[in-house]
Design a protein around this ligand. Structure first.
Ligand SMILES: *[C@@H]1O[C@H](CO)[C@@H](O)[C@H](O)[C@H]1NC(C)=O
Ligand SMILES: *[C@@H]1O[C@H](CO)[C@@H](O)[C@H](O)[C@H]1NC(C)=O
Ligand SMILES: *[C@@H]1O[C@H](CO)[C@@H](O)[C@H](O)[C@H]1NC(C)=O
Ligand SMILES: *[C@@H]1O[C@H](CO)[C@@H](O)[C@H](O)[C@H]1NC(C)=O
Ligand SMILES: *[C@@H]1O[C@H](CO)[C@@H](O)[C@H](O)[C@H]1NC(C)=O
Ligand SMILES: *[C@@H]1O[C@H](CO)[C@@H](O)[C@H](O)[C@H]1NC(C)=O
Ligand SMILES: *[C@@H]1O[C@H](CO)[C@@H](O)[C@H](O)[C@H]1NC(C)=O
Length: 296
């Protein structure tokens, strides 16, 4: 007997793209490079090539800054940034990708991140103060969780279709590590759930809920990002409102595919209209195919 899967297929714009294992790795290194550059430049004012010369090649990220972090958070962000350099090196060692990996143009300026806040607050008149991820620990943790969250979602999405024992083994070990990173960062946010996010007067808890709602809206494929305090029906076993680690109805990790992630990181809700954190789009064949085939 086999169990028949009665779950209906998601709509086409929410399904995975057909791509080779190498193309999936090409796509994911864009997201990994974003995470490393954000974490290392904000914590210790260094980029990937300062730590491991020759690993990447391409334009220097726009708008990076050292963040005003408390010491414990700075140590943690530095650690997680350095760890992902190891992941990048292991990918180059195991897959057909070669160093230097092309680095996409990244915009990690306060202005780019503020686009999200403007959308969240529906603030076309610019009546609110602007969001600067580097201004304080509470603000920075949002940018950090965001970068780790869609890496996790992409890993979970491609893992089943990765061809090659070495490649699958590698990805499962990277994903295991990154799940730890996401949990640690969300726990940091949760410890601050009732504090405000200066200069705004709403709490960390409220902002996690609003950022999750915006990500879900931009991606257009249902609820896959969740706040820290949720209605019971989004909590584990429908029995708790606490939601440090997001998960589906059985608390399984959420999955997002390439186009969903592009719609979010571009801030445009359109996988073929670059903007936001990747003003010129991503590198690699999967992204170029999405672009030329207009798979928005
Ligand atoms: C944070 O680290 C800096 C530099 O290492 C040190 O001077 C400072 O005293 C530390 N602050 C706290 C609160 O530990
Ligand atoms: C590269 O991969 C080989 C085989 O999997 C492994 O023995 C070696 O330690 C790896 N080197 C680095 C630098 O990760
Ligand atoms: C946040 O506030 C809620 C409601 O007042 C309270 O139950 C909860 O324990 C607080 N959490 C933290 C981490 O302070
Ligand atoms: C702060 O919050 C209160 C109540 O939630 C609201 O009425 C007020 O307009 C807010 N102030 C600013 C500057 O956002
Ligand atoms: C945000 O909070 C509202 C009100 O509690 C809830 O209805 C909604 O499901 C939450 N959204 C997310 C993504 O957590
Ligand atoms: C939780 O509620 C959802 C509907 O909101 C339902 O589909 C699911 O089966 C419930 N889970 C449990 C464990 O009761
Ligand atoms: C997405 O953006 C492209 C390029 O700007 C545009 O041609 C297309 O119509 C957009 N698709 C949707 C669904 O808005």
């Amino acid at each position: 007997m086999i169990k028949v899967n009665t779950v209906s297929l998601p709509p086409p714009e929410c399904r995975p793209e057909v791509a080779s294992t190498e193309e999936k790795f090409e796509f994911l290194v864009n997201l990994l490079i974003l995470k490393i550059e954000l974490f290392l430049r904000s914590s210790i004012d260094k980029g990937i090539n300062d730590i491991s010369p020759g690993l990447v090649q391409g334009p220097v990220p726009i708008g990076a800054a050292v963040a005003n972090l408390d010491n414990a958070t700075r140590k943690m962000i530095e650690e997680f940034g350095l760890a992902s350099i190891g992941h990048l090196r292991a990918i180059i060692n195991t897959t057909l990708l070669k160093a230097p990996i092309p680095r996409p143009l990244l915009d990690i300026s306060p202005q780019a991140y503020n686009i999200f806040l403007t959308l969240i607050l529906n603030d076309t008149k610019k009546s609110n103060p602007s969001y600067n991820p580097y201004a304080n620990t509470n603000s920075f943790l949002f940018a950090a969780v965001f970068a780790s969250s869609f890496l996790n979602q992409y890993y979970a999405g491609i893992m089943p279709s990765i061809v090659g024992n070495d490649e699958r083994w590698l990805l499962s070990r990277i994903a295991g590590y990154e799940g730890g990173v996401l949990g640690a960062l969300r726990a940091e946010l949760n410890a601050r759930v009732n504090l405000t996010v200066p200069p705004f007067n709403f709490t960390v808890g409220k902002l996690t809920n609003l950022t999750a709602q915006l990500a879900n809206q931009l991606a257009g494929c249902g609820v896959k990002d969740e706040g820290l305090i949720v209605p019971l029906q989004l909590g584990a076993e429908n029995r708790t409102r606490s939601n440090v680690v997001p998960g589906d109805v059985n608390s399984l990790a959420f999955v997002r595919f390439a186009r969903e992630i592009l719609r979010i990181v571009f801030t445009t809700g359109n996988a073929t209209r670059p903007g936001g954190l990747f003003p010129r789009g991503l590198n690699g064949r999967l992204y170029r195919r999405i672009d030329t085939q207009k798979l928005s």
